[in-house]
Write a protein that binds this ligand. Structure first.
Ligand code: UGY
Ligand code: MN
Length: 245
């Protein structure tokens, strides 16, 4: 890719987007002193959630919780993230912070993580925070295909309004059919690559690429190459399309 001639693999459309690293715009945000953030997905493009990559320059010290009503999910890519509630996460550690969480966040220099934020749709009691590590999450075959294992990082009970999964594809494995569903996705490709079909486009994708899939967008992935592919994926879940978000 030669950006000096104006090319990018990024492609932002009405109902989906591919966001590739060479086009990331890193900004500062007064709510995150010490960080640079590339917001890749936002309500401005039509999504009902935000997804950003956060990297620390000098480090983060005692970052305040999200505004009222907003839930957060944090997935550590590199370095260390500590919470005032006592937990420490390392690479591939994750945290779900419900909208009423008071946990504050600290991280040393050279830390990178993915940040999701969304307006939480409460049903019954607000769930407690969840902390964990991908290596400790059991995988299950997607629709019986053991070449496509899904690790669900959050419990599936009715209190949760979304799911965060790691999808693990053996080389050559693919989604069984072209999915079309009202739920949205935010995705970060962690390893490997392949071809992602979004609407009527087929995109070559590789590690570090991010994708927004809007409601109802036809979607399919086939893993290529000689190593397994993995992606982190968010999906609003457990709520009817008419539930307010
Ligand atoms: O959970 C999902 O909807 C998932 N199978 N979608 C996807 O990987 N694009
Ligand atoms: Mn899907």
């Amino acid at each position: 890719m030669i950006p000096q001639f104006g090319q990018t693999r990024s492609d932002i459309r009405r109902n989906h987007a591919l966001l590739t690293p060479e086009s990331h715009e890193w900004i500062t945000d007064p709510d995150w002193p010490g960080a640079e953030i590339a917001y890749l997905i936002s309500p401005d493009m039509g999504a009902k959630f935000a997804m950003g990559l956060v990297r620390t320059a000098s480090g983060l010290n005692d970052i305040a919780p999200a505004p009222d009503g907003i839930a957060r999910f944090i997935f550590v890519l590199h370095g260390e993230v500590r919470f005032s509630s006592g937990q420490t996460l390392w690479s591939e550690g994750f945290a779900f912070l419900p909208p009423d969480s008071s946990a504050r966040l600290t991280a040393p220099a050279d830390t990178r993580f993915v940040l999701f934020e969304w307006r939480f749709t409460q049903r019954g009691d607000v769930p407690a925070p969840v902390f964990g590590h991908v290596a400790d999450v059991e995988g299950t075959p997607l629709r019986g295909d053991d070449w496509l294992m899904v690790q669900k990082m959050l419990p599936t009970d009715a209190g949760f309004d979304g799911e965060f999964n790691i999808m693990n594809f053996q080389p050559g494995a693919s989604l069984a059919y072209v999915e079309t569903h009202f739920m949205e996705h935010g995705l970060l490709l962690l390893d490997g690559g392949g071809v992602y079909r979004l609407d009527d486009q087929w995109y070559p994708v590789t590690e570090g690429d991010a994708i927004w899939m809007g409601p109802h967008v036809p979607q399919w992935f086939g893993a290529l190459g000689r190593v397994p592919s993995r992606y982190l994926i968010f999906k609003n879940y457990n709520r009817s399309p008419l539930a307010t978000r």
